[in-house]
Design a protein around this ligand. Structure first.
Ligand SMILES: O=C(O)CCC(=O)C(=O)O
Length: 415
């Protein structure tokens, strides 16, 4: 069986479950993300993702360790010992009492990489990543009243800022470095001779915006920003997106291809002798040019697609998919993690589903069934057509493409 283009589209098409919550027109946004900051207002709020209660839980009983969290004051990181304590297991868990004291004195708390340890955020960021075909990283920023954590700076990633609690006034300035690359991180640039952080504060603001709970600010990479809380404490989430830059593509190609010119050593003379260095570079250039000419576009594209997929978060697997295998009944409810499938291709009579961490293959004839399942939010075995083998559902369950509908999974999946 040949899988049709239409079926391939159905297997991988974004359903905009997450991007639709953040922006007005997710399809238009995906096709052409705005080049300037935009505020999307009037959402139903984000406390289902992370709020004061979730913060308390991860800080006090979440077994988090540095650098999952850090405390900032006046643009500088406070030494760890002022807000951490030791346990029998770890030397660097949050000391909630000390952290609270620092916050009361005007410091800000940043929870980093929440997509790794908060289930609602893990699910939402995976969906957003699928909607945009870009991996998503999540931080939470907690700021006491009338305070500011960071001075004006910019980030090398496009971000969504989700105001969860309180209000925050954002001062936005036009980029000083156009479309910064991942390594052109502001904290690193600060260390460059001649780089003056204060000059960012001196730039005339482009706009000042106040974010209220439920508002979402789109902040393209490079835009200079700083934010100040108002009369009450503020909690916001920043979801930042990987940029698939040409710079990224070139470095991936060079690092992933074994046949790329590069095994030969440069002559040691190149360090002190400009002529030897120039000759070595000429040889490298001709090797690289020949290599690029000999390698097909499709081959290079395949390498880049695989490289990109490996940067996405792996599907949220349920260990019960293996341990509770026998407990499956016709009425067991499953939710569908459409976002687990990042790509699909046909290989002979097999259908290959590309996940972040592996490729799952099924008979190509199963493509319509898989497309049908991925189009659902939830299902029970009893609802599926008798032609659907239970073994296929079990395989998808083990791979994290479907999950049994526990209370948390259901609550998040249905928003
Ligand atoms: O809240 C702040 O001080 C700055 C937050 C920030 O830079 C961000 O969310 O990207």
């Amino acid at each position: 069986m040949t899988v049709s283009t239409e079926l391939f589209r159905e297997l991988t098409e974004p359903n905009f479950a997450a991007l639709g919550r953040l922006t007005g027109d997710p399809a238009a946004f995906r096709a052409a993300p705005p080049a300037q900051p935009v505020v999307f207002r009037g959402g139903a709020g984000f406390t289902d993702l992370f709020g004061w209660g979730a913060l308390d839980t991860v800080l006090s009983a979440g077994a988090r360790r540095r650098p999952d969290f850090r405390v900032i004051r006046d643009n500088a990181q406070i030494p760890d010992r002022r807000y951490t304590r030791s346990t029998m297991m770890h030397p660097d868990v949050p000391d909630v009492r000390k952290t609270s004291d620092e916050l009361a004195a005007g410091a800000s708390l940043v929870m980093q990489g929440l997509q790794e340890y908060s289930e609602p955020i893990a699910r939402f960021t995976r969906r957003l990543a699928h909607d945009l075909s870009r991996p998503v990283h999540a931080n939470a920023y907690v700021t006491p009243p009338k305070s500011q954590g960071f001075k004006a700076h910019f980030d090398p990633r496009d971000s969504f800022v989700l105001q969860v609690e309180g209000t925050k006034v954002w001062t936005l300035r036009e980029p000083v470095l156009n479309q910064p690359l991942a390594h052109e991180n502001w904290e690193r640039l600060q260390e460059r001779p001649g780089w003056d952080t204060a000059r960012l504060e001196a730039i005339e603001p482009w706009r000042e915006v106040t974010l209220e709970p439920g508002d979402c600010l789109w902040l393209p990479r490079g835009w200079v920003h700083s934010a100040c809380s108002e009369g009450v404490s503020s909690l916001h989430l920043t979801l930042s997106l990987t940029a698939w830059t040409e710079h990224w593509a070139v470095s991936q190609l060079l690092s992933r291809i074994v046949e790329v010119p590069g095994r030969a050593a440069f002559p040691a003379d190149f360090v002190r002798d400009a002529g030897a260095a120039t000759a070595a570079v000429a040889q490298l250039r001709s090797g690289l040019t020949a290599w690029f000419e000999e390698t097909s576009d499709a081959e290079l594209a395949g390498i880049l697609q695989a490289a990109a997929r490996s940067e996405f978060a792996v599907p949220l697997h349920q260990v019960s998919a293996v341990l509770a295998d026998d407990a499956l009944t016709p009425d067991t409810e499953f939710v569908v993690n459409t976002e687990a499938v990042l790509g699909a291709a046909q290989r002979g009579d097999r259908l290959a589903l590309h996940l972040a961490d592996r490729v799952v293959t099924l008979p190509a004839a199963a493509a319509p069934l898989i497309a049908d399942l991925l189009g659902r939010n939830r299902f029970t075995l009893a609802e599926l057509s008798p032609s659907v083998g239970e073994d296929v559902v079990r395989l998808l369950w083990r791979e994290g493409i479907v999950a049994t509908a526990t209370a948390t999974v259901t609550a998040v999946a249905e928003r």
